[in-house]
Design a protein around this ligand. Structure first.
Ligand SMILES: [Zn+2]
Length: 70
């Protein structure tokens, strides 16, 4: 659940937001804009629980074509 935060520890040389080269002034981001974007993401991640991520783990639904014995 907290993987995103731990991931930030290893800052690459490219902006984590847009992938452009990092500017020394705004590192680890390329610009103030991206720094703001990241901050916003982080804040909303803390205060708002991601309700709809990718619906990947949806395997509890019974298949539709399985009623053969009726
Ligand atoms: Zn950027």
């Amino acid at each position: 659940m907290m993987n995103e935060i731990a991931r930030k520890k290893s800052a690459a040389r490219s902006c984590p937001i847009c992938g452009k080269p990092v500017d020394d002034t705004f590192k680890p981001f390329c610009s103030k804009r991206c720094a703001d974007i990241d901050l916003n993401r982080w804040l909303s991640g803390v205060y708002a629980v991601p309700a709809k991520d990718d619906e990947d783990e949806d395997g509890a639904r019974p298949a539709d074509g399985e009623a053969a014995d009726k």
